[in-house]
Structures are given as structure tokens and as C-alpha cells.
Write a protein of this length. Structure first.
Length: 157
């Protein structure tokens, strides 16, 4: 039962907020796999907020579609998330929210830069981190501006 709870939370954290209509997701509309995965919520399903029902249903569906390796990676990420302090998790949530407000082009630029960074060897990444840590806030901003393909975008509302 504890594993199902962890799985459910992982799905919620990994896949973000899904939208739901005012009526939510009925228990009967869930497929058998989703109902099995979410069985701990069966008795209280109708009392859950519509948004939470949608997140849980979507997370259970995504979990069912994962390979064993992807599930293990998700468990590992969730374990690392649980080890973070409340303040650190709040900062991460805030930054994720800011990222999702950016225009799609800006999001893609950030993803591309991150992929390039991840492809660097460990030594080069450490050199860049060290160099960045030594910069003043003004130098960091100039670097961000220089690396940007175009002027910085304002966030979407």
C-alpha cells in the first residue's frame, strides 16, 4: 500500500497539473488499471477536488505506460525530492511555475541549453559551475543576456 501511495505522489510531482471540468473525473470513467492504482482513493474519490482527481487519473495512466526502468527512475527522483527541505522544494516549485509561464520558444531555448550542458563531461560542467559561482550578480545577468537568442521575454499571464 505504501508503494502505491509513493507511486501516486511521484505521478503528481512528475506530470504536473492537469485540467478538469467542474464535475471532475468520475470513478467509473477510470479504466481498470487506473482504479487499481488509485484504489486507496476509491472511498473518498467523489470528495476529492476535480483538479486532484484529474491529476491522479492522469498520473496513474502515465505510470501504467512506463517501462520498469522509467518507473525505477521515477521512484529515484521521488526519493530525492523527499530528501529536499521544505524551503528548497518551495524554490523549485516557484521556478517551475515561472518556467511554465514563459513563451514556448523561450522554454525550448532553455531546454536546448540544458541538454547541451548535460552532454558535457563532468569535469567541464564543474568548471562552468565554479566559474558561475564566482561571478557577481551583474556578471551573471550579462551572461544570461549574452546567451539569450533574443531579448529576454516577459512571462505570460
Amino acid at each position: 500500500m505504501k508503494v502505491k501511495w509513493i507511486v501516486t505522489l511521484v505521478c503528481l510531482l512528475m506530470f504536473g497539473v492537469a485540467t478538469a471540468d467542474d464535475h471532475g473525473v468520475s470513478w467509473e470513467s477510470l479504466n481498470e488499471g487506473q482504479q487499481q492504482m488509485l484504489s486507496q482513493f476509491a472511498d473518498s474519490w467523489n470528495s476529492l477536488p476535480a483538479e486532484r482527481q484529474a491529476r491522479l487519473a492522469r498520473g496513474a495512466e502515465r505510470w501504467a505506460g512506463m517501462t520498469a526502468e522509467q518507473r525505477e527512475q521515477a521512484r529515484s527522483r521521488f526519493a530525492a525530492w523527499r530528501e529536499l527541505g521544505d524551503e528548497r522544494r518551495a524554490r523549485i516549485r516557484q521556478r517551475a511555475e515561472e518556467f511554465h509561464k514563459l513563451p514556448p520558444e523561450e522554454q525550448e531555448r532553455i531546454r536546448k541549453n540544458y541538454r547541451q550542458y548535460r552532454q558535457m563531461n563532468q569535469e567541464r560542467r564543474q568548471q562552468l559551475r565554479d566559474r558561475y559561482q564566482r561571478m557577481t550578480p551583474e556578471q551573471r545577468q550579462r551572461l544570461r543576456d549574452r546567451l539569450s537568442d533574443r531579448p529576454r521575454h516577459r512571462t505570460r499571464d
